[in-house]
Write a protein that binds this ligand. Structure first.
Ligand code: PLP
Length: 378
């Protein structure tokens, strides 16, 4: 009888998803003009990056073969970590097998049930999951409402004066595309004696000196306790990392379970990321950022978008309206994903347009023309 209840529940949840227009599928292969990925500088197809990965593949094979501490030192990992630390202006960096797995290891290694995490209500799922896994008390604030952050910090200090407080925020939001008020977050965290984990997944590579991210752009890296990044977006590869002080990295490599107990990044993937990082920090990287900026300016002037970065939302309201808009664009040869609940709140379903340096002026114009033909939103 019990085995039947698995399938019965799966079927119920399946039909609820369909009714709410939230059913996901893997969709069409990417043969179309795509505005759906996070390869902001187009480095995943750069010939130097591909060449570096190929040479590494021949030398080290396809796999890291084990977790880092078991497999022993690999130059691809070590060189990439040194370059990431230098890029982020920290003593050291530590790689994880994905951006997603990074906070799942890091947050529980830093806080536990006696502590409090203050997390943006709109934060990425991996930050929520890392926070939940830690067992710390979880309190939420809205990313643009610093008076709410202050209220939550004050009441946390009253309720639990002995516990540690970790603030977790995204510098450039993955869905809304806005920058967090970082100066104010840092002012409040210093006042409260809290620590800050800043997820720069979407800002890394695209802003700041040598593309080092938002904290670097604002001259604030010394005030961020843990800088988190991913290799899967502007770095055109896959994997995640934390950059921080030596003793914190040493602690994480002893206690972050997603680092300790999983197979490390493939060496060739690490080499691809290192090659991409070298480009990002060079004058060629500056040229790619200028091209991306030109595309952003073209898109913003056509759509009056208020966002300054590569991520732009076109609000549609309901899930079904967002789906219809995405399908409409697909019929015109354009991939622009519908973002629906639960990724965004009820009534805030949207198209997410992601711009890249690899797009041409003509590509952006084609998108603009197609967006003007969308059926009205609800
Ligand atoms: C803000 C944010 N953090 C972390 C991640 C996870 O990174 P990765 O895709 O490299 O696993 C994502 C992925 O989209 C993200 O948007």
């Amino acid at each position: 009888m019990k085995s039947d209840s698995f399938l019965a529940e799966i079927e119920t949840r399946h039909s609820t998803r369909r009714k709410d227009h939230r059913q996901r599928s893997l969709g069409n292969p990417l043969t179309q003009l795509s505005f759906s990925d996070n390869d902001y500088l187009g480095l995943s197809t750069h010939p130097e990056v591909i060449g570096a990965a190929q040479r590494s593949l021949e030398k080290y094979g396809t796999s890291a073969r084990a977790a880092r501490l078991l497999a022993g030192p690999c130059p691809e990992h070590n060189e990439l970590e040194s370059a990431l630390a230098s890029w982020k202006g920290t003593e050291r960096a530590l790689l994880f097998a994905s951006g997603y797995l990074t906070p799942l290891g890091v947050i529980p290694a830093l806080v536990g049930p006696a502590d409090t995490i203050l997390l943006e209500r709109e934060a990425h799922a991996c930050l929520f999951d890392g926070a939940k896994l830690s067992g710390a008390r979880l309190r939420l604030f809205s990313r643009q409402d610093m008076s709410e952050l202050k209220t939550v910090l004050d009441s946390t200090q009253k309720l639990n004066p002995q516990g540690k407080v970790l603030i977790v925020a995204e510098s450039l939001h993955s869905m809304d595309g806005d920058f967090a008020p970082l100066e104010e977050i840092i002012r409040l965290k210093k006042e409260a004696g809290a620590w800050l984990l800043l997820d720069e997944a979407h800002a890394g590579g695209i802003c700041g000196p040598q593309g080092a991210g938002r904290a670097a752009q604002l001259g604030l890296i010394d005030s961020v306790d843990l800088q988190m990044g991913t290799l899967g977006k502007a770095l055109g590869s896959s994997g995640g990392f934390i950059a921080s002080q030596n003793r914190i990295i040493d602690h994480l490599l002893n206690e972050a379970r997603t680092f300790l107990f999983g197979t490390a990044l493939s060496p060739a993937v690490a080499r691809a990321a290192l090659s991409a990082l070298t480009i990002i920090r060079s004058p060629d990287g500056e040229t790619l950022r200028d091209t991306l900026q030109k595309n952003i300016t073209q898109f913003r002037s056509a759509h009056a978008s208020s966002q300054l970065g590569p991520i732009h939302s076109i609000l549609r309201g309901s899930n079904s309206s967002a789906n219809a808009a995405s399908q409409h664009l697909q019929q015109q040869g354009l991939t622009v994903p519908a973002i629906r609940t639960p990724t965004v709140p009820e009534g805030a379903a949207r198209l997410r347009v992601s711009l890249s340096a690899r797009h041409t002026t003509h590509d952006i114009q084609q998108l603009t023309n197609a967006l003007h033909t969308l059926p009205p939103r609800d």
